[in-house]
Write a protein that binds this ligand. Sequence first.
Ligand code: ATP
Ligand code: MG
Length: 249
Amino acid sequence: MSDDVEVPQSHPRYESLLTRHRIEAGVDRGITSRQGLIAQGRGEAFDYLLGERTIDSADRAERAAAAYLLSADHAVISVNGNAAALVPGELVELAEVTGADLEVNLFNRTEERIEAIAEYLREHGASDVKGLTADGRIPGLDHERAKVDADGIGDADVVLVPLEDGDRAEALGEMGKTELVVDLNPRSRSAEVAAVPIVDNIIRAVPNVTEHARDLRGDAEAQRAAIEGFDADSARADAERTIREGDLE
Ligand code: ATP
Ligand code: MG
C-alpha cells in the first residue's frame, strides 16, 4: 500500500479517508472513471448511516455469497474501476479461494481502462484476467454496455457483481444468472434484482466473503444451509431499517 496517503489510524474517519484516497489514486492511474468518484460518495453516505460496520444480515449474505461461489459450475467475479481501486488484492484472493474467474467489466468501457485494470489485478497476483475478448453479449443492452467474454460472464451460472449498474444487473438476471451484488443502497435496482444483496462496503464485504469461503470449502452440506437459510427480502429490509433507525455515533 505504498501509494496510500498518510492518515493516522486514530483518525475517526480513518477507513473513509483511506477509501477516498484509493478511489482518487484509481482515477489518477486510469483505473477508475470520474463517475466512480460520485458513486463512491453515494456509497459513503449509506455507509455512514449503517454505522460503517457489517450488520448481521450482511454477514449472512456474505456467507450465502461464498456458498454460491463455491457450489457454482462456473462462477465469475466482475471487476469494475471502483472495485479494482478499492480491493484489488482481496478480489484476487477471493477468486483463488473459490475457484472463480475474474473478469473486468465496465459500465463506461474503454480498452485503455480495461487494460489498466487487468494489469493492476495482475500486479496483485491474478494469473488470468478475462474481459479483454468481449466476444459475448448481454441481450437487451446497447452495444458497449452489453459486452462480456463469452467464456467468462457469458458462460457463468453465478456472478458476483460489486457495485453493478441497475440496467446491467437486471439484464444479467434475465439471462438466468444467479447474481451476488455488493451495494450499500438496499433500494438500488442492483440490490433488488440480486439473489444475494450484500448491503455492506466492498472493503469489508470482499474479505468477509473470502473468510466464509475458507470456512465452507469442501462442505456441501454447510454450503446448502448457508444458501437455504438466507432470505434476500428480509436482508434488504433489515439493512433499510438499520439505515433509517440506526443510532449515529
Ligand atoms: P441504479 O438504480 O442504476 O443501480 P444507482 O443509484 O445505484 O443506480 P450509481 O451511482 O451508479 O447509481 O451506483 C453506485 C452504487 O454503488 C450506489 O448504490 C452506492 O451506494 C454503491 N456503492 C458505492 N461505493 C460503494 C462501496 N465502496 N461499497 C459498496 N457499495 C458502494
Ligand atoms: Mg445501482
